[in-house]
Write a protein that binds this ligand. Structure first.
Ligand code: H79
Length: 443
């Protein structure tokens, strides 16, 4: 080795070391930087926060069993036997235009659709798996594409549900659920992570503007499991800066998330038992709920909430500053269940008359009131009295000065007294209704 060779070797080693150093430094400072939502993203958050009502759709090959979307797990089924259902999945009545029209008429401002649930089946055309609507079913129509095109045509936002957890893939590291499906236990996290990011790239490239990615399944792994979320969220924001990221992990929002979600409970409540570890953040809020008891179509579940209950749920969510994402589980035929359709239409009738008292409103009260709730829109407060028996008086804690109180229907004046820390509204002349609304004009 002559001197010159030694010189070039040393120089090249130094250069490599320098390059490695720069990359390491860049990675470090990227990690240390906090997520800065883009202006488009901040605008999208506001738009989302104004929507107050969306419809969730849980649909997959699980609908064929009529036992809900968890049937692979709850039935203790083998993944290969379960997968055979795909060969018979031919939802002859699926008509995206019909779905979107019915949902739009309900007053919902967005739709969240399950692109891939825990059973791992993709309801869209994906290059990265044959366990999808194009390769595994005779239907061979890209459902996400048809739905996305129709949403764009009818002017309603589309959000996409995407499961982090997968009960069928061998590369997904076995978690708390899905132990009997016959997976080999040959986990390959980097491979699975790549697969998810590839699919997310497809979803955010091939279907036009997507309002949000709605993750689920995080709770399947131990708390200290590294899902590499920041990098995944950054990918989403890079592909579509306005796309909101939410994760149904039941804990406080992580860096990179744009809204906070609550499952089967209003923000701050924990009746269902999933929200014990999350406090309410400053992000836009969303609470999801079923119309009956199950998300995916369940043939035995006729236990639908009444239209009155559902309308009150929208109002109560608005009172907490949250959107309601209300679920329907389409049948294997591609039809929405008749009862779900009738509930959507009843909600739509109400939203047509009273929607302005929930859309674009802000939370007003700090504490829940037994009789109902209050929301704010500029110089107006809407008092929603959700009572079957009208109380004589309603005490509203507030700091603002009230100029006038009138019924929303008819504009009749109502008496009120100003007391320390709020007002007392005289309500005995009002007839009970699903939601009796009083407008307060404030100074
Ligand atoms: O898609 C719908 C459901 O299939 C999915 N999220 C909604 C929107 C969902 N699946 N399960 N859950 C929600 C609730 C999670 C329950 C859990 Fe557990 C309790 C996870 C951890 C504790 C069940 C019991 C799974 C492990 C133990």
């Amino acid at each position: 080795m002559n001197l010159y060779t030694i010189y070039t070797v040393v120089k090249s080693v130094c250069r490599q070391a320098l390059a490695v150093g720069i990359v390491a430094f860049a990675a470090l400072s990227a990690a240390a930087q906090h997520y800065q939502p883009s202006p488009e993203n901040l605008r999208a958050r506001e738009e989302f926060n104004d929507m107050r009502f969306g419809v969730f759709i849980h649909w997959g090959i699980y609908s064929m069993f009529g036992q809900g979307e968890w049937y692979l797990q709850t039935g203790g089924l083998d993944r290969d036997e379960y997968a055979k259902a795909a060969a018979g999945f031919y939802p002859a009545n699926f008509d995206a235009a019909k779905w979107v029209s019915a949902i739009k008429a309900s007053g919902a401002k967005y739709i969240c659709f399950t692109t891939r649930h825990h059973d791992g089946f993709s309801m869209f055309d994906t290059k990265y798996s044959d366990y999808d609507i194009m390769d595994a079913t005779p239907f061979k129509r890209d459902i996400v594409k048809e739905l996305a095109d129709e949403c764009h045509r009818q002017g309603i936002k589309l959000h996409l549900y995407y499961s982090h957890l997968d009960w069928t893939r061998d590369d997904y590291p076995l978690g708390r659920t899905g132990h009997k499906t016959g997976r080999k236990g040959s986990a390959d996290w980097p491979g699975y992570y790549r697969f998810m990011n590839n699919q997310l790239t497809e979803l955010l490239t091939n279907y036009g503007p997507i309002g949000a990615i709605w993750f689920d399944g995080h709770w399947d792994q131990p708390k200290d499991f590294d899902w590499q979320l920041e990098e995944q969220y950054a990918l989403i924001h890079r592909l579509q800066p306005a796309c909101l990221v939410g994760n149904n992990h039941h804990i406080a929002p992580y860096e990179g998330e744009d809204f906070q979600m609550f499952e089967r409970d209003l923000p701050g409540e924990n009746h269902a038992g999933y929200s014990g570890e999350q406090s309410v953040s400053k992000l836009p809020l969303e609470t999801c709920q079923t119309m009956n008891g199950m998300w995916g179509y369940k043939v035995a579940d006729r236990n639908y909430k009444s239209a009155k209950e559902l309308i009150r749920l929208i109002v109560k969510a608005a009172g907490k500053g949250a959107n309601l994402l209300l679920n329907v589980g389409p049948q294997p035929s591609g039809d929405l269940p008749a009862t779900a359709l009738s509930r959507l239409s009843e909600i739509g009738e109400w939203m047509g008359k009273y929607g302005e008292t929930v859309y674009g409103t802000d939370r007003y009260l700090t504490d829940a009131q037994e009789w109902g709730t209050v929301v704010r829109k500029g110089k107006k407060l809407y008092v929603h009295i959700l009572a079957d028996r009208m109380p004589e008086f309603v005490a509203i804690p507030m700091m603002d000065k009230v100029r006038e109180a009138v019924t929303f229907d008819g504009g009749e004046k109502l008496k009120f007294e100003t007391i320390d820390g709020g007002i007392v509204l005289h309500t005995s002349s009002l007839q009970p209704a699903t939601d009796r609304i009083v407008t307060l004009l404030i100074k």
